[in-house]
Design a protein around this ligand. Structure first.
Ligand code: GRF
Length: 202
């Protein structure tokens, strides 16, 4: 299968997935790494690892046109799945319907607790004894949809926000790889569907 990865920033989750796809640990090919921000550090990481990169210009073109460009890239590259890895834009209901069941996200909290852009900070501020990581299929609501996997992370007495963040990110990188691997194995794509086109590598 081919996965398109969308990022907005550092891209450490993307890097973990891309490296795993290169070593074969993740049985998938990364079709491209896309970002809504030209300056996203993850874009150069992805390029250095040999991935194709794309930028989608939300500010310049507006959301509808930017999403149309994402959809075209997904279709042109015959991507089977769209994997969000720190992609900070909310996808429109129209986009989500178009790729229904084919968009996967990682969130740094135990959904439904602490959705939104600051999952780690919000859990920290709430003083909960444990938080964690969720991998889920994206539906039309933000940080919502069928949960594929969750892993808890305990907040210990000596944790600072920074150490808690580091623990959560370390769990994310492992959980995303593992969960995607299991998910892809359970949801094989029709490998003949693109036969005769492109390089036939799938
Ligand atoms: C991760 O914590 C992810 O769960 C959240 O944004 C962060 C992205 O980090 N949605 P990175 O860009 O993968 O390093």
């Amino acid at each position: 299968p081919r996965i398109a990865i969308l990022i907005s920033g550092t891209g450490t989750n993307m890097e973990a997935l891309l490296k795993a796809s290169i070593t074969g640990e993740l049985p998938a090919q990364v079709s491209f790494v896309g970002s809504d921000r030209l300056e996203a550090k993850g874009l150069s990481t992805a390029a250095a690892l040999g991935a194709q990169t794309r930028v989608f210009f939300y500010k310049r073109d507006g959301r509808a046109a930017a999403e149309e460009a994402i959809a075209s890239a997904v279709e042109e590259t015959h991507s089977d799945w769209i994997v969000l890895a720190g992609f900070m834009r909310v996808l429109s209901p129209e986009f989500v319907r178009r790729f229904k069941g084919r968009i996967i996200n990682i969130h740094p909290a135990l959904l439904p607790a602490f959705p939104g852009a600051h999952g780690i900070l919000d859990a920290w501020n709430a003083g909960v004894p444990e938080t964690g990581v969720t991998v889920h299929i994206v539906d039309e609501e933000v940080d919502h949809g069928p949960i594929l996997a969750q892993e808890k992370v305990r907040r210990t007495a000596d944790d600072t926000l920074e150490t808690l963040e580091a623990k959560i990110h370390a769990v994310e990188h492992q959980l995303y790889k593992r969960t995607l691997k299991e998910f892809l194995e359970k949801h094989p794509v029709d490998i003949d569907q693109w036969k005769g086109e492109e390089d036939g590598k799938d």
